[in-house]
Design a protein around this ligand. Structure first.
Ligand code: ADP
Length: 252
């Protein structure tokens, strides 16, 4: 269980995320939605331990995420990917493994299997030797998401994972994240595309002006009136008769 307890977070001395109180079950793919500036990134960064002006608590399995010592609980894939050194794709993936961080430690069989698995899932075989600087934005994004997944953390945090990906890879990446959540890891991602969130996420957090105004299933949260009240936009909410999932089309 992930528990936010009267949690606020911000920058300088100003809170931009206010009094979040929610209990989130594990094994879920959580979509965080809201307008620009509503606090999605701040919420994700708070879970990653990257925000220092905070109040209240976030507990994961009873342990404070804010005071945790072990960095292995979460992996965080930021929106902007800043790579400083020109490593190869394989090196970048390899660095996500624990053995790499210890001197003279060889890659273990389970680590190798994990790497092979993400290389396969994210279709990276053909670009493993490429310098990260030579990749397109979308390829780089896929590598960094794969790296986060390969980290074997309990919680995977992604800030706008779909940006820069073509529609084929958007579907593939969300499908992988869904499978990961079903296998017992928690996935929390900010998502702009409401129909993608509706199709793949188990639960939705709807933020408005730094407040969590709804948390629940797609059917509870992604409704005409919730979208109208928070985004100020009218949407047609339909159900795809092929997969029975909701879709939302903005209209004027
Ligand atoms: P979202 O991800 O929903 O677009 P953010 O969490 O990025 O929202 O931003 C929430 C609020 O915090 C906004 O008002 C934004 O201007 C402010 N903010 C974000 N990052 C910083 C920062 N580094 N310093 C000061 N204010 C920030």
């Amino acid at each position: 269980m992930l528990i936010f307890q009267d949690f606020s977070a911000g920058y300088g001395n100003r809170f931009v995320l206010n009094n979040i109180d929610v209990r989130v079950d594990e094994n879920l793919f959580i979509g965080v939605i809201g307008r620009n500036g509503s606090g999605k990134s701040t919420l994700i960064k708070s879970l990653a331990g990257l925000i220092y002006f905070v109040k209240g608590e976030i507990f994961y399995r009873g342990i404070s995420l804010l005071k945790r010592k072990s960095l292995n609980v979460v992996s965080y894939i930021p929106q902007e990917i800043n790579v400083v050194f020109g490593f190869s794709v394989y090196e970048i993936l390899r660095m996500s493994q624990r053995s790499y961080q210890k001197f003279f430690s060889r890659i273990s069989n389970s680590e190798r299997k994990r790497l092979d698995d993400v290389i396969d899932k994210f279709e990276l075989k053909g670009i493993l030797d490429r310098n990260i600087f030579s990749l397109s934005g979308g390829e780089k994004k896929r590598v960094m998401i794969a790296r986060g997944v390969a980290q074997n953390s309990d919680i995977i945090l992604l800030d706008e994972p779909l940006s820069g990906l073509d529609i084929d890879h958007q579907i593939k990446v969300f499908q992988i994240l869904k499978e990961i959540s079903l296998s017992g890891r928690m996935v929390v991602a900010s998502v702009h595309d409401l129909s993608m969130a509706a199709q793949f996420c188990d639960k939705i957090m709807l933020l408005d002006n730094g407040r969590l105004i709804r948390y629940g299933t797609v059917e509870d949260v992604l409704t005409y009136s919730n979208v109208k009240n928070t985004f100020g936009v009218e949407v047609y909410v339909g159900v795809n008769e092929i997969n029975q999932k909701r879709f939302l089309i903005p209209f004027k």
